[in-house]
Design a protein around this ligand. Sequence first.
Ligand code: SAH
Ligand code: SF4
Length: 394
Amino acid sequence: MDPSAPITQDVMTFPRKETPTDKINLVGLTRDALRQVLIENGTPEKQAKMRAGQIWQWIYQWGVRDFAEMTNLAKAYRAELAEKFEVRVPEVVSKQVSEDGTRKYLVRINGGHEVEVVYIPEEGRGTLCVSSQVGCTLTCSFCHTGTQKLVRNLTAAEIVGQVMMARDDLDEWPEKGAANDGGRLLSNIVLMGMGEPLYNFENVRDAMKIVMDGEGIALGRRRITLSTSGVVPEIHRTAQEIGCLLAVSFHATTDETRDVLVPINKKWNIEKLLEALSEYPKATNSERITFEYVMLKGINDTDEDARRLVQLLKDYQIPAKINLIPFNEWPGSPYERSSNNRIRAFATILMQAGYASPIRTPRGEDIMAACGQLKSATERARKSRKQIEADAGL
Ligand code: SAH
Ligand code: SF4
């Protein structure tokens, strides 16, 4: 190998494993559903709660996939389980490791579809960016995923399975029988991969409940951030039924611009969105709402925009932090990234008004793993450049 060549990529591909079975996958079932499915398959009702608890712990605390290893269950019972059930997570098709340590996985789910999962290591923590849909029904004009039509919602099993797959790859399951040591490699989850999580509410909720369960992966609700483009009617439910932190893809300070960038704005405009956010019950100062704001040259990046943003946050009294995201380009993208000076000037106005406004360093750009670059290349249902430009109103 030429030593002067940039070592930015390390692509590993994995052969396809055996075809899916017709066994019932236990991953992704809530505790109640797990108990129910055990009863339906012959576990005596009186024992079911205890058995479900034991199996739960094997699956989610120690990462065991093989019933034979569940040694606190009777041997005959283990054999019965293995006949009817399986513990299956999405299959890794390829893994790329960026120069900066970011890992991008392409995983295959039922039906041969593929989604991307990104692991971002940071000082003292590591964040897993999880996908909730194959593609996205929304068509934000600056987002690569938005050029891929929705193929389907992910199941709860496929969502929690992404976390389990990453734990496998990081080799982060505690020793069998040991207490959960609250692993540090995968310490946070962001629902910021492909798809709009609030258009797949139940599955996302069930998956996050499993991830938060204390007898398992046990990530606290404040270590999970759900990002939405602004599905207003589901925001209240998110607080009530999931209770995680919230991020919102804001990106513009007038309806005119937001209608183009985030077209869901035509359905629920800035006013309706901010009203819903101001009522997000967890929106205390310690659990501020993250406003994501992609910096697009000449589109949404003026001082006036920054001042308008401050005014909106003050008018609606929303405890907020603003993440400024330098636009990440993708093939055919109709926008350019604002200059560093422009981004800094924008950030200064927000900071002077008292809002934390970190500029997000793009991670894993060399492997197209950065925000908004995800799109499974194998999905053929893609839009043409012309269509992208038409949607962007260019
Ligand atoms: N659908 C959800 C979750 C995806 S989160 C949502 O829109 O919130 C992905 C984040 O990256 C969103 O804030 C999105 O607006 C942003 N993003 C999309 N495309 C981008 C791009 N090309 N450059 C930078 N950020 C982008
Ligand atoms: Fe979908 Fe979010 Fe991309 Fe918009 S930004 S197209 S909602 S994934």
